[in-house]
Ligand binder design. Sequence first.
Ligand code: GTP
Ligand code: MG
Length: 368
Amino acid sequence: GEAITVGELAKQMGVKAAEVVKKLLLLGLPVTVNQAIDFDTAALVAAEFEYEVEKTGFEEEDILRTEEDRPEDLKPRPPVVTVMGHVDHGKTSLLDAIRHTNFTAEEAGGITQHIGAYHVKLDNGDVVFLDTPGHEAFTAMRARGARVTDIVVLVVAADDGVMQQTVEAINHARAANVPIIVAINKIDKPEANPDRVKRELAEHGLIPEEWGGDTIMVEVSAKKKIGIDDLLEMILLQAELMELKANPNKPARGRVIEAKLEKGRGPVATVLIQEGTLRVGDAYVCGVHYGRVRSLFNDRGQRISEAGPSMPVEVIGLSGVPMAGDDFAVVADEKQARMVAEHRLRKQREKELSRTTKITLEKLYEQI
Ligand code: GTP
Ligand code: MG
């Protein structure tokens, strides 16, 4: 339930913290100023000072709750694809190849990697690629119940085969229940052996379609730009099967992909919009932070006014730097945003405080 530190309670009653500590001691509770006490204890000691403690706790869900979408409001959205694989197997090269075969020369010149996410427009549909989530970020997101990826493209170098991080990526994708498309890369190399890669993948339960399994495997060369279109086609095919949809006509919700503090810009977060549409001026809560969207930038660093489902955007106008995996939700106004953010911060502090107390007690026992 709700808790408050002794110091905070004293402050709110306008009495010295030492007085409250003393009262609690007399009540048989030796505590320190920074220690959190529960509601009942707070009520008890407050009564000693002729104060009444009121429960002001609220459920976040009351503010953040969104209605269940009606089927007719759900619109198709682009798949979000994360490229994973062992070190040096060619993830970045593959993304480069994808970008350059699908942007005009003029556009390509303007593409600097602003936000570690790319929105690729193809003839048969759009795909959003995430470059950011390394295994750690992926794990962190999964631990927090966040699922931002629809499809994993597993890159395996044909000259190197299945390695430790290949197996880790397979496990991550499986645990998150995300379909895997294998890109067997570097087939231009003389020592490339795609069949060996397939055998090794089969040992880990990924059986290629040609062997009667159901894993799509595409042989590519990021360097020589071989098989890139095939790979994109397979991604779109897989996405089509998944019938990915979201309601664009409601307050936006999304996940932080990465965040940092930038000189002259303040806290900057890359957010993947998962439902609704985010607009400049929207009030939002993001992890324990909140704010109002000051400006939005797309994957090419261009200023935009709004972003819909599956779109990665850079958001400026945050009260602090959030963490990868934090949720992002638009609320009615800044006051509500602040209320939720502060509530979360309070809860987080309580958790930290109780942890500190435990550690101290353990240390104490050690000494005894
Ligand atoms: P990390 O981000 O460090 O894990 O590596 P990565 O998986 O992003 O690999 P990257 O794209 O940086 O490529 C690693 C090396 O492999 C580079 O020297 C690339 O030039 C080379 N490489 C990538 N793809 C191919 C390919 O299709 N053929 C050949 N011959 N070399 C490739
Ligand atoms: Mg790389």
